[in-house]
Design a protein. Structure first.
Length: 250
């Protein structure tokens, strides 16, 4: 039987449901319970091959749509809440990035006097001074990532929520023998990527560095390759990798 909607409750009438069909008036399927037909009465009617049933369509002119409307409102509310949550996470990451950028600028300004002198020297000396500045900035950037790890290969689902990312990370850590709670994670988000054929990488920032070090150490001791099932996904079956969140130079 093709999918039909019960005019009384507005829900689908499945082949596994106890249903009745109006033979004369509206030619529609109904849930037996929506028409107050008891199980005993239903069995009696079902056993009668000559039985025909007619609904009281005059009691309603149109199938009720209130339940469907309420479900749609609830679904939209859930999506809006999810969007608000993601905006808060992005706002937090933006503020964190801004703070790190300001620190880099401050460090750079401190290095300006050191650069001004060497710039008056030979070309080789200037290049060496600039290299020192870049290394210093690079060290600062890497220092800001000391509590971070990066995962590759964790599947990305449609309308992914922050809770889903946290759960996947916690499952992965548990498979390594490192028991964590969401309170141990400061932030977790996917990195931007132009390649839509692969799931985006996830960067996880832990509250303490020793949590991160424990995960990296256990990952190196693993004799088997981590897979998506370790993160709580049965499909698709593919490798999952954990690494330190290093800068491009590192």
């Amino acid at each position: 039987m093709a999918a039909h909607v019960c005019p009384v409750c507005g829900k689908k009438v499945k082949t596994t449901d106890k249903e009745v069909y109006c033979d004369e008036k509206c030619k529609r399927w109904f849930h037996a319970k929506c028409k107050n037909i008891t199980d005993k009465r239903y069995k009696t009617l079902a056993s009668d091959t000559n039985f025909t049933w007619t609904c009281d369509r005059d009691a309603y002119r149109e199938p009720p749509k209130l339940k469907a409307l309420q479900d749609s409102i609830a679904e939209l509310s859930a999506k809006l809440e999810n969007i608000n949550g993601e905006n808060q996470v992005l706002r937090g990451l933006f503020e964190q990035s801004t703070s790190e950028f300001r620190k880099d600028v401050d460090e750079l300004m401190k290095l300006v006097p050191k650069v001004e002198g060497p710039l008056q020297a030979s070309t080789s000396q200037k290049a060496e001074a600039i290299g020192e500045v870049n290394l210093s900035l690079e060290d600062d950037r890497q220092h800001s990532r000391l509590n971070n790890i990066k995962t590759t290969g964790i599947p990305e689902v449609p309308n992914e929520k922050q809770e889903g990312i946290f759960a996947a990370v916690l499952n992965l850590c548990a498979s390594l023998g490192v028991q964590l709670t969401s309170g141990d994670i400061n932030a977790a988000h996917r990195l931007p990527s132009s390649d839509r054929t692969k799931p985006r990488q996830i960067v996880v920032s832990f509250v303490t560095r020793w949590k991160k070090e424990a995960i990296i150490e256990q990952g190196r001791k693993q004799k088997r390759r981590l897979a998506t099932k370790d993160a709580g996904f049965q499909e698709p079956a593919q490798p999952v990798y954990i690494s330190e969140h290093l800068t491009k130079v590192k």
